[in-house]
Every structure is written in C-alpha cells, then in structure tokens.
Design a protein around this ligand. Structure first.
Ligand SMILES: [Zn+2]
Ligand SMILES: [Zn+2]
Length: 103
C-alpha cells in the first residue's frame, strides 16, 4: 500500500499526548483527543507539504456517503481541509465543535 512507513505513532503538537496509529492500515491525520491536525500533506498521506502549520478544527460536516467529517484550517497558510472522523475520536469534542458553530 506504500503508506506503511507513514503509519507510526506521533506526539500531538497541541495537547502533547501520544497518538497511536490505527491497526487497519488507514493512516491517522488528526489527534483523537483534541482533533488538531498538522499540515503535512499536499495530497492525503503524501507528507509533502513544507508548511507544517497546526491545523485547527473549525467545523463539522455530515457527508451522505463518507459520514462525519471535520473541517481543519491551517493556522499558517489558511488552507482548509476536510478529514473523516476517526473511530476513536473524542465525540464530546466533536459535539462541542458543532455547538460552537451554532452560536
Ligand atoms: Zn491533540
Ligand atoms: Zn499550512
């Protein structure tokens, strides 16, 4: 699959918890605890971006086919990216994000 070497544990840049990779090959692109991502990819999984900015969750979407998605925006270059919610993401954080959008 070519993604194996990218699928390693990392320390979240924001909450500093260690984030373990998924066991089933899908690579993780955001922290399940605080939902923050880092701008590493140009295309999903390629790790080719030179930005490395912190990507803050700014919104939540419900995609009819892909399910729940988190909208991330890079604090450095302002790029927005949509990421599918991970199975062990903190739902209370996602719900908090939903509420913060409605106010
Ligand atoms: Zn985190
Ligand atoms: Zn960026």
């Amino acid at each position: 699959m070519g993604k194996k070497e990218e699928n390693t544990a990392f320390i979240c840049a924001v909450c500093h918890r260690s984030v373990l990779p998924f066991k089933h090959g899908t690579y993780r692109n955001h922290c399940p605890f605080c939902l923050t991502s880092v701008h590493l990819d140009v295309l999903p999984g390629d790790r080719k971006s030179t930005c490395k900015g912190i990507m803050k969750p700014i919104g939540v979407k419900n995609h009819s086919k892909k399910g729940w998605q988190i909208v991330h925006q890079c604090l450095k270059c302002r790029m927005e990216k949509v990421n599918v919610v991970g199975i062990d993401d903190d739902w209370s954080k996602i719900i908090e994000l939903c509420h913060s959008l409605q106010t």
